[in-house]
Design a protein around this ligand. Sequence first.
Ligand code: HEM
Length: 402
Amino acid sequence: MSAQSAQIPQHVSRDVVRDIDIFNIQSVNPDIHEAWRTIQNDSPALIYSPLYGGHWIPMRAHVIERVMSDHEVFINGGLWVPPNPEGMKPQIPIQADGALHRAYRSLIMPFLIGKPLRAAIEGARELAIKLIESFRERGECDFAVDFAQHLPIEVFLQLVELPLDDRLLLSSLAEVVRMPDPVQKLAAYAQMEEYVGRQVDERLANPGDDMISKIATGTVLGRPLTREEIIGECTQVLVGGLDTVASMMGFIAAHLAVNVELRHRLTAQPELIEKRIDEIIRRFGVAGPARQAAQDIDFDGIHIKAGDTLFLATALHGLDDSRWEDPMTVNLDRSATGTDYQTFGSGPHRCPGAALARSEIILFLEEWLKRIPDFSLVPGKPMVAASGSVTGVLSLPLKWDV
Ligand code: HEM
């Protein structure tokens, strides 16, 4: 579909319309962050894509921050990009607002901070070492398949007490975040919900101290959750935690494979990994949540109407040169902090898994660079990445001398 053939609402000025397909950003440049940067350079602060029912994409950091922070005007509980197919259950807590949203979140937060977080990280370090040692002598691996699709997913499965044998099934279902086709999306969600439903029934019959049991037996606003809410919340935590961290690790590994100076500095001064992790995370945003305008609003002279949908490509915040000098460079002398960048969002929906994700990325870099300090891309076998609600790294062949 082209912008010309799609319906463009009357209030949308033609000069902000761009034919941008968020599920195919790599058609602009196979390096998805480069592709977003190219689009950003060539755009006003806010553009309108007529695809997938039509939606706005804030291009600049100040607009993304405003939309994230103004949760009275930009609500989560409305349409998504693309609009969720009819019959799809709401994703919880991401598609909730206000007091109900806070109540949903309070069920999961205790599992993602403090003691449970520390235990998860301890297990993650051991697993990272085991994985790296399993292929180090080979002198090559597919980073995405052999490492990134194991570590965060297994850590997460342990955290929610799901069987590790379900890793492949769940990671294939997590592809739902890159499915624009409503029929395919509905089918994938139905499979995920059936899987989650079985786990919920088991925990309801035999509740434990785990996250799924707490959601299943929890209360919000003084009442128990409905079965639809329980499944919606468990499913969304799964989708949120499954491949976001894996994707970010993939982008970081690909960047280090070609940026030798950066890699050598991190290897020679490993204390910089933790010290500058936020600068690294700033550069590689992967998530693209949505908002709906609850009222008409003018933005940098551009008119958004109540009911309009917005797609927040968080990557664009970290790539904006009006916010970050030389944004494409990971600058170890720059001190970004978690509240400066939007990779994990901000405001009431800020990623509850941010501390877990951050710690996993630190330990991946520490353990990897200790064992494989020099590595490169494999000629003729480039990284395969895919864009969508979460940008994913599907394959990343790497090699090193043994
Ligand atoms: C590098 C990894 C990750 C990135 C980049 C990321 C990014 C994000 C972003 C940008 C949001 C905000 C969505 C919004 O504003 O509507 C979010 C929300 C969320 N994330 Fe993450 N995430 C990551 C890892 C995780 C992990 C490991 C988990 C689970 C353990 C998780 C679970 C969630 C949930 C449940 C929400 C919804 C929160 C709410 O609506 O209140 N995420 N994430």
